[in-house]
Design a protein around this ligand. Structure first.
Ligand code: SF4
Ligand code: MG
Length: 314
């Protein structure tokens, strides 16, 4: 709710603060229990920062993160540690996110130990079970992360995220670092796990084709702001924001009879240190008007469960 994450920009010998990067700039949205909410946009738009702020891995500058009515943003580290059991993150790079000095068994035991769950016997059983659920052979338990392929490493990361039986998983580009042939296996695994464990996903991706089959609802971010939110099929069928339209025009149509015109954007993404005064997209928008330079468009409900922030709809 009205989430802001600003990073100071320091310059010079004295490292004086010269300004702030508005990485997340007044973002509000809701994820319903059991759904998959896709957060999309180009790299640098603030989607990863939003995901991390939700899990309190980054302290929000202001705003609330309400999880079952409780505000996580205001919690102490100790309080947050208890909550962390319910919410876990799967990162983009399965190579960087596993400790090379630990065996798979040790990697999966760590979160259980940290939360004082079970005795050694019980933990062994839980670990073996979770390996199986995630499509990993139990015989791998004593192996080290570097002995695995990228896809298997991501399975280990997913198993580690799930071992505490969380409710919410924030998956930040979980398949972007993997070979295309492996991507669908991991996406299928995530879908199966969602059903089995009644998980809620925040699925972050720059690739709208990847999120298409997975997400019930979508949020589109641009330069730290949420520009469109709604039911996924509504946004895919009828994107309202000019930025969403350009993003979607880049994926090939499933139905070849529906010929799509690719909308190419001109211009650069402006610096988030000095964002445009009005609409953040004004420097690249093919439909920009005078008002767009001056006034920031607010998110308004254009149709049921379909919100857009654009002066074309105000
Ligand atoms: Fe384009 Fe104006 Fe809409 Fe922004 S508010 S997306 S500049 S038409
Ligand atoms: Mg990112």
């Amino acid at each position: 709710k009205q989430l802001h994450v600003h990073f100071p920009v320091k310059k010079g010998f004295l490292q004086r603060t010269q300004g702030y990067v508005r990485a997340v700039d007044d973002v509000s949205f809701t994820i319903a229990k059991g759904e998959t909410f896709g957060l999309v946009g180009e790299s640098g738009c603030g989607k990863s920062t939003t995901g991390r702020a939700i899990l309190n891995l980054i302290k929000p500058t202001s705003g609330q993160v309400l999880f079952d009515q409780e505000d996580l943003a205001g919690m102490s580290t100790a309080q947050m540690r208890m909550k962390r059991k319910n919410m876990q993150m799967v990162f983009q790079d399965p190579y960087a996110s596993l400790n090379p000095r630990l065996t798979v068994e040790e990697i999966l035991e760590e979160p259980l130990k940290a939360h004082q769950i079970g005795d050694p016997e019980e933990r062994k059983r839980k670990i073996a079970e979770m390996m199986e659920v995630c499509g990993l052979n139990r015989a791998y338990l004593k192996r080290y992360a570097h002995e695995f392929s990228g896809g298997q490493r991501q399975r280990i990361c997913i198993a580690r995220a799930l071992i505490l039986k969380p409710e919410l998983i924030v998956a930040d580009e979980p398949v972007s670092a993997l070979d295309v042939s492996i991507q669908s296996q991991i996406l299928n695994l995530l879908q199966d796990l969602q059903e089995e464990f009644k998980l809620t996903y925040l699925f972050i991706s720059h690739d709208l084709a990847v999120v298409h089959h997975l997400c019930n609802r979508l949020g589109v971010m641009y330069l730290g702001r949420m520009v469109e939110i709604g039911a996924a099929e509504k946004i895919y069928e009828n994107p309202l924001h000019p930025y969403t339209q350009s993003l979607l025009s880049a994926i090939p149509a499933a139905d070849p009879r529906k010929k799509k015109e690719r909308i190419l954007l001109r211009g650069e993404v402006p610096s988030p240190v000095n964002p445009p005064q009005g609409c953040a997209f004004v420097t690249r928008c093919p439909k920009a008007m005078e008002i767009c330079k001056k006034e920031r468009p607010l998110l308004i409900e254009a149709a049921e469960d379909h919100l857009v922030a654009c002066h074309l709809f105000t």
